[in-house]
Design a protein around this ligand. Structure first.
Ligand code: PBG
Length: 325
């Protein structure tokens, strides 16, 4: 036999020499959940190991992560019902704890990269990403609210804003608004191909942000569709997005590859809450080796074409790398 592929697998050194894909802590954005108050650290029941932090403790968490080499964070706020309304007004109140926390993180860690979420759901009494009128999600009226939210986040110091709302035209609308208001350096990581997925449930537990009625299928994409992701990506590309995101990641590796092959922009993938919880649950029962399942999942996301990975495993991954070193 002239070709014996097993020769290149015969030792660890040779295997590692020919590895086509390598993960680095630099690939990651770590999502963090924030709550109001002082000295609060509350575990998310459906996401063991993941907490909702008050700002003081969130700063400590960021510090620990930075020491491990995780330098990018996507911060999501959990608001009590009393702060929610139809118009998500709290999202652009400059004194709201979320915006104050972003300022604090940037003041304490200027070199950290802070990403924010642009969508109405954490602040909406309807629990939807857009404005609800008679059971319908209004597109263009929602853009105005997302605009105010984005400007407030940019003013607080966000390095990247992440429109996760899936309204049409929002990337172009937000890009123009940011530029007109002196925020031309703020990046947009667009949730380009965001699917209406069952894998977001633990996240909605973390934020108490599940829709009060209906579902998100009139704005998030149908899991059956592949080619439609190209339409979304072309729009976001032409509207000025800096990164194109696919979400969730693991059930949509084909879509990650599709965007990677068709666009020069960096592709990111969101390894979502349900993907984290499944591995953690199976590992706690002894059904899977959690660490290996985590590494294999993250590697697959990168192999599929994502150069940036948003994952609740980011800190755990960094800890492992440190211990290996
Ligand atoms: C909200 C938003 C969601 C996630 C990120 N931003 C949930 C949703 O669309 O319902 C999900 C993240 C995760 O599951 O980890 N716009």
């Amino acid at each position: 036999m002239l070709r014996r592929p097993r020769r290149n697998r015969k030792s660890r050194v040779i295997r590692e020499m020919m590895e086509e894909t390598r993960l680095s802590v630099k690939d990651f954005i770590f999502p963090l959940f924030l709550i109001d108050g002082l000295n609060q650290k509350v575990e998310v029941a459906s996401m063991p190991g993941i907490y909702r932090w008050s700002t003081d403790l969130l700063l400590k968490e960021v510090e620990e992560c930075m020491a491990l080499g995780v330098r990018a964070f996507d911060i999501f706020p959990a608001y009590p019902e009393s702060k929610k309304d139809k118009f998500a007004k709290e999202s652009y109140n400059p004194d709201t704890f979320y915006l104050k926390a972003i300022r604090e993180v940037k003041r304490n860690f200027p070199e950290a990269c802070v990403m924010t979420d642009v969508a109405m759901d954490p602040y909406s009494s309807d629990g939807h990403d857009g404005l609800v009128d008679n059971g319908k999600i209004l597109n263009d009226e929602t853009l105005e609210i997302l605009g105010k939210m984005s400007l407030a986040q940019a003013a607080a110091g966000a390095d990247i804003i992440g429109p996760s709302d899936m309204m049409d035209g929002r990337v172009g609308y937000l890009r123009r608004l940011l530029d007109e208001n002196g925020f031309s350096e703020v990046s947009i990581m667009s949730y380009t191909a965001k699917y209406a997925s069952a894998f977001y449930n633990p996240f909605r537990d973390a934020l108490d942000s599940a829709p009060k009625s209906g579902d998100k299928k009139t704005y998030q994409m149908d899991p059956a569709n592949f080619r439609e992701a190209l339409i979304e990506a072309e729009l976001d590309y032409h509207e000025g997005a800096d990164f194109l995101m696919v979400k969730p990641a693991l059930a949509y590796l084909d879509v990650i590859r599709l965007l990677k092959d068709h666009f020069e922009l960096p592709i990111s993938a969101y390894n979502v809450s349900g993907e984290y919880s499944m591995i953690m649950a199976a590992a706690s029962k002894g059904w899977l080796d959690g660490e290996r399942a985590m590494l294999e999942s993250l590697l697959s996301i990168k192999r599929a074409g994502a150069s940036v990975i948003l994952s609740y495993f980011a800190k755990e991954f960094a800890r492992l790398k440190r211990d290996e070193a």
